[in-house]
Design a protein around this ligand. Structure first.
Ligand SMILES: Cc1cc2nc3c(=O)[nH]c(=O)nc-3n(C[C@H](O)[C@H](O)[C@H](O)COP(=O)(O)O)c2cc1C
Length: 144
């Protein structure tokens, strides 16, 4: 059994639904999983695998719920060497900064030495009108 924390970045709510579907899948697989919609740095559990699941807003900007965490990661530069993470971005290539928020978050976690356990998934709503499908396929591809 593994422990997961899904860090959810949403503006209009669809990413919360995806996070909850992912949580249900992980629990059905026998794992522990919590969804955090406004996580703080102190909420991150080093023994959990983080799943960063975020929409983008504005010009590739990070949704409000993940902004405080993003700023704290930049300001405090914690050493995340022992933190495993996976990342999925829910973007749309009709915007200039495709999955900008997800890419910024991937960069900050990587720069702090967190360990990506799988290639990030950058969903394009322009190509995939049902993002749940690629997200659940991606999860099933690496979750034991
Ligand atoms: C006002 C607005 C701005 C957006 N900006 C971007 C963007 O810069 N890059 C991108 O890839 N997607 C962008 N998107 C697409 C969203 O990331 C995508 O629709 C996502 O699924 C929304 O998830 P949510 O319902 O959880 O907020 C934008 C959507 C809206 C409505």
């Amino acid at each position: 059994m593994s422990k997961f924390q899904i860090l959810v970045g949403t503006v209009y709510g669809s990413t919360i639904e995806l996070a909850e579907e992912s949580q249900a899948f992980l629990i059905a697989q026998g794992h522990q999983c919590e969804c955090l919609e406004a996580p703080e740095l102190s909420d991150l559990d080093p023994s959990a695998t983080l799943i960063v699941m975020t929409a983008s807003t504005g010009m590739g900007d990070i949704p409000d719920g993940l902004m405080p965490l993003y700023c704290d990661l930049l300001d405090e530069e914690p050493d995340l060497t022992h933190q495993h993470f996976a990342l999925v971005g829910l973007g749309d290539s009709s915007y200039d900064y495709f999955n900008g928020a997800a890419k910024r978050l991937f960069e900050v976690f990587s720069n702090l030495n967190a360990q990506p356990i799988v290639e990030p998934l950058y969903v394009d709503a322009n190509e995939d009108p049902e993002p749940a499908e690629p997200v659940m396929r991606w999860l099933a591809s690496w979750v034991d």
